[in-house]
Design a protein around this ligand. Sequence first.
Ligand code: 5GP
Length: 126
Amino acid sequence: MTERYDDQNIFAKILRGEIPSKTVLETEHSLAFHDISEQAPVHVLVIPKGRYISYDHFALSASEAEIVDYTRAIGEVCKMMGVQPGEGGGFRMISNAGEAGIQEVPHLHVHILGGRRLGRMLPRAD
Ligand code: 5GP
């Protein structure tokens, strides 16, 4: 991990309560809230409370308790939002990282998208 965590990023501010968000779920180590600019009927962001920049950073550095909590929170959000495969129609989970991934907010987040058919996985590069 060469990048340094920026405490002024927008999700750090949400975690500190400096910016409001529409909470879906809060657990000991994780927070889920609606994306401000929804791209599908269901568009929820799930973040760890710890200072992790991207998924690889989290996967290599987080404690087992944080990893279990975060993974379970993602499963719980899918259940709560009714997008589980089968009757819920399924979902797509995306975690953009760094420049190639076009990550806008440098605090780990996964997007949970669902509620409609989502189209092909990758558009052409801009
Ligand atoms: P990224 O491109 O980093 O994967 O996604 C960042 C996401 O954060 C975008 O989908 C954007 O709409 C969302 N976002 C940016 N600022 C805010 C905010 O202040 N509140 C919420 N709820 N979402 C935000």
